[in-house]
Design a protein around this ligand. Structure first.
Ligand SMILES: Cc1cc2nc3c(=O)[nH]c(=O)nc-3n(C[C@H](O)[C@H](O)[C@H](O)COP(=O)(O)O)c2cc1C
Length: 303
């Protein structure tokens, strides 16, 4: 069967399809479990979740399915933000706060999620698959997760990042092309202008590593899945295609915008989180684009 690939064999799933992790509320336990029950791999985007909430969501998935699923976290990056950068960013955002009637922000930089505490939850839960983005998983966590049987998946946006992930002992590589929605999984030291499309990136990574490669970015239906298998990928990771599902936690306005968009332009922006992310172009993104260099690179709050 065309659906049997090194990915389906390794993960114990029937279809070589991964519902992408999408931090920020879209990948509810209901969505992850529904995908798992359909015999593909559902992924919980846990990057912004507090350890307590992460534990609750993993338990909620397990109440709904006994099939494999993935949990995804962000590799933390040490970032320094000056008070001047914060006040400049606050001033840039003030017109939007005024228009929406939002209160002034606190002067404190929001603390990043506690990665070690998040990882302790993932380890204790013995999740079947752990995926990550924004860099390399420290070896200590790789070894602890491997010891409890968790399969590891890392994100690469260049061949060099894929080679580094394989050398670091990661089991499966997600090759994320520049079409991908949401945050780019680029490593901190990779120049941000390395925008390589899925069609070009996947075969180059397949040629350089031995571990299974999963293609991500711009895959919306069966034609896309078949196309990336032809490029040598062992499966497809799809995010946007799952956002408008009934079980997705995306806001109804967001779902409507997705369903109405045709070949509507998307664009990369740092305006939402400080990291490059692709979304449907809107006024906020367009107006802040000329100020990109002034925005601090910070990671977001926990919930
Ligand atoms: C709203 C949204 C949030 C995302 N959040 C994450 C995340 O938390 N972790 C991650 O590894 N990838 C994240 N991604 C990227 C996906 O893993 C995947 O690379 C991307 O969705 C593939 O492109 P597509 O949206 O065209 O299918 C996100 C994507 C979207 C659309």
């Amino acid at each position: 069967m065309w659906t049997n690939t090194p990915l389906t064999e390794r993960l114990g799933i029937r279809y070589p399809i991964i519902q992408a992790p999408m931090a920020g509320g879209a990948t509810t336990p209901e969505l992850v479990a529904a995908v798992a029950e359909s015999e593909a791999l559902g992924s919980l985007g846990g990057g912004y979740l507090s350890p307590e909430r992460l534990q609750q969501d993993i338990a909620a998935i397990r109440q709904r399915t006994e099939r494999p699923f993935a949990v995804n976290l962000f590799i933390p990056e040490a970032v320094t933000v000056t008070p001047e950068q914060m006040s400049r960013a606050t001033a840039l955002l003030q017109p939007y706060r005024d228009a929406l009637g939002l209160p002034a922000p606190s002067s404190d930089v929001p603390p990043p999620p506690d990665f070690a505490a998040q990882m302790a939850v993932v380890l204790a839960a013995r999740v079947p698959v752990f995926s990550f983005t924004f860099g390399l998983l420290p070896a200590v966590w790789r070894d602890r997760l491997h010891a409890v049987g968790t399969v590891l998946m890392g994100t690469a946006t260049t061949v060099a990042e894929a080679v580094a992930l394989e050398a670091a002992g990661i089991d499966i590589i997600v090759a994320q092309g520049s079409e991908a929605g949401g945050h780019r999984g680029t490593f901190p030291d990779t120049p941000v202008d390395r925008l390589i499309g899925t069609l070009a990136l996947v075969p180059q990574i397949v040629d350089r590593v031995r571990v299974p490669v999963v293609a991500a970015g711009g895959i919306m239906d069966g034609r896309g899945v078949v196309a990336v298998l032809a490029l040598g990928a062992a499966g497809a990771q799809m995010g946007t295609a799952f956002l408008a599902c009934l079980e997705s936690g995306a806001h109804p306005t967001y779902k409507a915008a997705l369903l109405e968009s045709q070949d509507t332009p998307t664009m990369l922006t740092r305006a939402f989180s400080g990291k490059d992310a692709r979304g449907i172009a809107n006024r906020f993104m367009t107006e802040l684009a000329p100020h990109a260099a002034e925005l601090p690179r910070i990671l977001c709050r926990t919930v």
